[in-house]
Design a protein around this ligand. Structure first.
Ligand code: SAJ
Length: 408
């Protein structure tokens, strides 16, 4: 096989490209963002992730190349974002469509196009196949189509790339097996070969399953709050049952995966995806629930000035630098509506100025606020009990061990 061209060098495409390159596969990584490509060419990674820098160094040694151009080769791996349309709740396949169109401009007959991006079931049939056919190719004869959805979790991506099992959906089993062999260059997990529709649906189901389970925990938190019960203690004890494993309540579900993918099912199966819709609504309601908790604490202590409130954590979860769909960003938006200007914000992983009154120094931030709202359980805050003494604390992640801390 000649080189593989990985299209899209974001959170999924970059580690995947690096992993292939580090395992003896010739790789060109392509992204339309010239700034990103230049950064990579300059020898720097574009986001923080455990083990990524080492993997990057390895891949560079092995000769990975980065470009804004698509290359002519016989294997493409497409890993571009798949947002959803906020009104219709359906997938917005514009990035997938644009990438596949570009591939068609350069690919030779016989090429295989593997889509890694998460897509709603039927996306390959509705949006990808027509592009290939419009370009005069016969699918299965001139171009092979494969869907190999990624499964890695931000925060542990490099490990999971190597150890998770994977799904490969292909029209033709033999092509599926060929792509499986390619992924086996680095993937030690089981690789299941199935058809494309099953692979599409399975991926969305996995993230929806998690969303629903988090929603259950969040609903319990609300019920327990309404009647003064300790949700964490209840979950801790319930989880000792051999068939109960309740997840952890929190300030909401963020990130570009779990808060997005279930909407694909809601959008495509209205009237059928009922639990899924309810779960989405519960999880989406959590930032506002936290806001109400903050107001209640302010009232209890006679605090009226929002500038005395410090929001700790802007990312969608702990120890990552990704703020997409993060509960904090949703809550800050909600605060703007309630005219609660002036709150202070800090996150050790967010070095750019993104919101008003954002701090870049933890001690200074703590010094300037009376109430600390822990929105993300970064390692830094877990180790900061001493520094937090004397503050009013609302801990939405249950990470602070101090006495008298307010919980969700
Ligand atoms: N969260 C809770 N309580 C929990 C677990 C998570 O409130 O008990 C919150 C997190 O704080 C975060 C959100 O949910 O805001 C999602 O975080 P996550 O760690 O559950 O998942 P992601 O979005 O980082 O990654 C998911 C993973 N999917 C599943 O675990 C089924 C990952 O394997 C996928 O590859 C990824 O989505 C993806 O790209 O689709």
């Amino acid at each position: 096989m000649s080189k593989i061209n990985v299209i899209g060098l974001g959170y999924i495409g970059l580690p995947t490209a690096l992993m292939f390159a580090s395992h003896g596969v010739e790789v060109v990584g392509t992204d339309y963002n010239a700034e990103l490509v230049n950064t990579l060419r300059a020898g720097k990674t574009t986001f923080d992730e455990k083990g990524l820098d080492e993997l990057f160094a390895n891949a560079l040694n092995c000769g990975i190349e980065f470009s804004t151009e698509y290359i002519s080769t016989d294997m493409y791996i497409v890993a571009v974002p798949t947002p959803y349309d906020k009104k219709s709740k359906k997938i917005d396949p514009c990035y997938v469509v644009a990438a596949v169109k570009k591939v068609m401009e350069v690919c030779p007959k016989g090429a295989t196009v593997v889509l890694e991006s998460t897509v709603s079931p039927g996306t390959m049939d509705r949006f990808v196949r027509p592009i290939i056919e419009e370009n005069g190719f016969v699918i299965g004869q001139d171009i092979n189509l494969v869907h190999a959805p990624e499964r890695i979790i931000p925060g542990n991506m490099v490990y999971e790339l190597e150890h998770n099992s994977r799904t490969i959906g292909a029209d033709d089993k033999a092509i599926g097996e060929k792509v499986k062999e390619l992924y086996k260059s680095f993937c030690q997990g089981e690789i299941v070969v199935t058809d494309i529709r099953t692979a599409e649906m399975t991926k969305v189901v996995e993230n929806t399953y998690r969303d629903i389970n988090i929603a259950f925990a969040n609903e319990l938190a609300k019920i327990c709050r309404s009647d003064n019960m300790d949700v964490y203690e209840i979950i801790r004890i319930a989880n000792k049952h051999p068939r109960v494993n309740i997840l952890t309540p929190g300030p909401g579900v963020g990130g570009h995966c779990i808060s997005v993918d279930p909407w694909f099912l809601v959008g495509d199966y209205p009237g059928l995806a009922n639990i899924i819709l309810a779960a989405r609504k519960i999880n989406d309601s959590m930032p506002e629930f936290v806001l109400k908790r903050i107001s209640a604490i302010m009232r209890e202590h006679g605090i009226t000035d929002p500038a005395k409130v410090g929001i700790y954590g802007m990312t969608y979860k702990e120890n990552v630098d990704d703020i997409r769909e993060s509960p904090t960003m949703q809550m800050l938006e909600c605060m703007q509506k309630h005219l609660a200007h002036g709150v202070k914000v800090y996150d050790p992983y967010v070095t750019k100025d993104i919101v008003e009154n954002q701090y870049h120094d933890f001690d200074k931030f703590l010094n300037d606020v009376e109430i600390v709202v822990i929105m993300v359980g970064h390692d830094e805050i877990k180790a900061a009990d001493e520094k937090l003494k004397g503050k009013l604390i609302l801990d939405t992640r249950n990470v602070c061990k101090l006495e008298g801390v307010y919980k969700l």
